[in-house]
Design a binder for this molecule. Structure first.
Ligand code: RIB
Length: 314
């Protein structure tokens, strides 16, 4: 049977402006190109599951949008990637979520999200999602919907037999009663620092290993995967530790690189790959995503990732 990855999360319309340098507080800068592109951490992860799964893994998403044109556009983008959007419902109380994104010449970004309908996704709505998770081998979550909704979704997915993966983004301290339902936690360096209550810093691989160990200890989550940007990633669980180096590429826009990584990891694990090849696949997908602008617009197809991995070997 084709494995299923289910996502509960946000859908946003991204308003993206290219700038020379990111503005500092109180500063006005002139931007160049402006684009409206499909985004939202949940939708990006679902889209990436669809493209990277390419028929070998089925993807679906549960989320909330408004009654507006953005909603139609966002659902169409996901459907085109093969994602089942039947659990994306519209609410009259809020407009579809939007994100304002500046991207500088190095491909780094700043993002402000106006959550809109994503925040109208109530914990009680999760009661209607049993069918979304019942045959899912992996269930993906992020933090752009209310924490209570994330917790209810994690609990339901776990009770239905899915392995749960939480991307703790945007960074927020998380209560133990939510973390108890998480099987795999995937922070980047700044999210790890928030969870650990430490100052944000770039980490060496040895420091990433130490941070992952501290997170396992502090959160009780069995598997921690530290996302280290161009350095790659570090997996730590009770039995093994795996460092998977990143692939050097020229970054034009890092938006959704983390989302692409999580989806790549979930797709590979759902197909039965072991940690090391799954991390390599996820790193390759994320590396390719930063070579293109936009969130969902930058997510590579599976064939592109497979070709890239073959080129890296040869
Ligand atoms: O992770 C990238 C995403 O963060 C963007 O697509 C934007 O919508 C924000 O949610």
């Amino acid at each position: 049977m084709t494995p299923v990855v289910a996502v509960l999360g946000s859908l946003n319309m991204d308003f993206v402006v290219s700038v020379e340098t990111l503005p500092s507080p109180g500063q006005t800068v002139l931007g160049s190109r402006f684009q409206m592109l499909p985004g939202g951490k949940g939708a990006n992860q679902a889209c990436a599951c669809g493209r990277l799964g390419a028929g070998k893994v089925r993807a679906r998403i549960a989320g909330r949008v408004g009654y507006d044109l953005f909603a139609d556009h966002l659902k169409a983008s996901l459907s085109a990637a093969g994602v089942d959007v039947s659990a994306v419902h519209a609410t009259r109380s809020h407009p579809t979520g939007v994100a304002l994104i500046w991207v500088d010449r190095q491909g780094q970004n700043s993002i402000v999200v106006a959550s809109g309908a994503n925040h109208a996704f109530a914990a009680t709505d999760v009661n209607g999602l049993r069918a979304t998770f019942s045959d899912a081998s992996y269930a993906l979550f992020q933090l752009e919907t209310p924490l209570e909704t994330v917790e209810a979704g994690l609990a339901l997915a776990r009770s239905e037999g899915a392995r749960t993966m939480l991307d703790p983004a945007p960074a927020a301290p998380l209560p133990r009663h939510l973390l108890q339902f998480v099987d795999i936690l995937t922070p980047n360096e700044s999210e790890a620092s928030v969870l650990l209550g430490r100052p944000a810093a770039r980490l060496t691989i040895a420091e990433a290993r130490q941070a992952a160990a501290a997170l396992r200890e502090q959160t009780g989550v069995a598997t921690v995967v530290m996302k280290l940007g161009e350095q790659g990633c570090f997996w730590l669980d009770a039995d093994r530790e795996v460092y998977a180096p990143g692939f050097p590429v020229k970054a034009v826009d890092t938006t959704a690189a983390g989302d692409t990584f999580n989806a790549g990891l979930a797709v590979a694990l759902a197909e039965g790959l072991d940690a090391a090849p799954a991390l390599r696949f996820a790193n390759a997908a994320a590396a390719l995503s930063v070579t293109q602008p936009g969130a969902q617009a930058s997510i590579p197809p599976r064939a592109g990732v497979e070709r890239f991995l073959l080129e890296q070997q040869g």
